[in-house]
Write a protein that binds this ligand. Structure first.
Ligand SMILES: Nc1nc2c(ncn2[C@@H]2O[C@H](COP(=O)(O)OP(=O)(O)O)[C@@H](O)[C@H]2O)c(=O)[nH]1
Ligand SMILES: [Mg+2]
Length: 313
């Protein structure tokens, strides 16, 4: 199955629900009650009350409701800025997020992608709480053909991060990726420690980390908003990676996060293997979430032209 099909399948529940509420292309007006139902449908798809209201408010002004909603969704995504790449030295990427969201898996996927571009990659194993976490990362890193900087479990994560960036500089790596321990955003001690990891990276290399990508599990629902709020404050989240969009997540959380925080979504995870990640494409996403304009049966479309969205095998 193509990555795009996985995304589309993951979003199918929300799409089916919304297709019950949205009219075909021939309908140019909805009643108040119908708009209220659309708004509820968006809330059920995890868009949240504020974002759903904003979307419906915009869509109502359009000439055609379905089209209007799609356009309103597309316009919610911020312009994707190019990566904040360094003028010299390695690109340092800090990966943060709550436990179990998919950070370590995503780092394996990112390392694979950078390697496929011919870049040399070193990963810092800063989730030092459990030996198993370091081993899990080691497996992904080896499969990706990248290198790893590690210390014993229980080591100071900031010290490992410092070492990894130093190694990146001294051995001329193109990319340094820092894995961090999962933490709950309400645990002050752990959040402070994450702040320290970030500061120490900046001491090892001026201007680093160049990007801080927060991994969010699409299945988390509303809690994702609180997660991004807190991590942005402590770790300076600069972009999002939304994982498990192949799963039971309802997808609308992506719109809500983008609307609330104006952060770019860089990649989406659609499975558990190293190949199961794709660059985020707002149009593909919106088409996955609401029925194709003018299409009676959205399930019958071919998505072959989208197979080239696959980054790596
Ligand atoms: N279905 C699916 N599972 C994923 C995805 N990303 C990660 N996972 C799974 O989520 C679980 C937690 O992942 P892990 O990388 O250990 O999370 P971490 O605690 O944030 O480092 C693992 O079972 C992964 O296989 C994804 O995009 N889709
Ligand atoms: Mg991990």
């Amino acid at each position: 199955m193509s990555l795009f099909s996985r995304l589309k399948q993951g979003l199918s529940r929300s799409r089916e629900n919304l297709s019950q509420l949205l009219p075909g292309r021939d309908v140019v007006k909805l009643s108040e009650t119908e708009w209220a139902d659309v708004e509820d449908g968006l809330i059920l798809a995890d868009c949240g009350a504020q974002t759903s209201l904003a979307l419906v408010g915009k869509a109502r002004k359009a000439k055609q409701p379905l089209d209007g909603l799609k356009t309103a969704m597309l316009q919610m995504f911020p312009e994707v800025k190019p990566l904040n790449l360094p003028s010299s030295g390695p690109f340092v990427l800090l990966v943060v997020g709550v436990n179990g969201t998919g950070k370590t898996t995503t780092i394996g996927k990112l390392a694979t992608m950078f390697r496929a571009e011919g870049k040399r990659v070193v990963v810092g194993a800063c989730d030092t709480f459990r030996a198993a976490a370091i081993e899990q990362l080691a497996v992904w890193v080896e499969r990706a053909g990248a290198d790893m900087v590690r210390q014993h479990d229980g080591a100071d994560p900031a010290a490992v991060a410092y070492d990894a960036v130093q190694r990146g500089i001294s051995r001329d790596y193109d990319v340094v990726i820092i894995d961090t321990a999962g933490r709950v955003q309400t645990d002050k001690g752990l959040m402070d420690e994450l702040g320290k990891v970030r500061r120490v990276i900046g001491k090892a290399l001026d201007g680093a980390p160049h990007e801080v990508w927060q991994v969010v599990d699409a299945g988390t629902g509303q809690n994702a908003v609180a997660q991004v709020e807190k991590f942005r404050e402590v770790a300076g989240t600069s972009g999002l990676i939304v994982t498990k969009l192949d799963g039971t997540g309802k997808g609308g959380i992506v719109l809500q996060l983008v609307h609330r925080f104006g952060l770019p979504v860089r990649y989406v995870g659609v499975g558990e293997t190293l190949a199961d990640m794709m660059p985020f494409d707002a149009t593909d996403f919106v088409n996955g979430l609401i029925p194709e304009v003018g299409s009676d049966n959205p399930e019958n479309e071919t998505d072959e032209e989208n197979d080239n969205a696959k980054p790596v095998e």
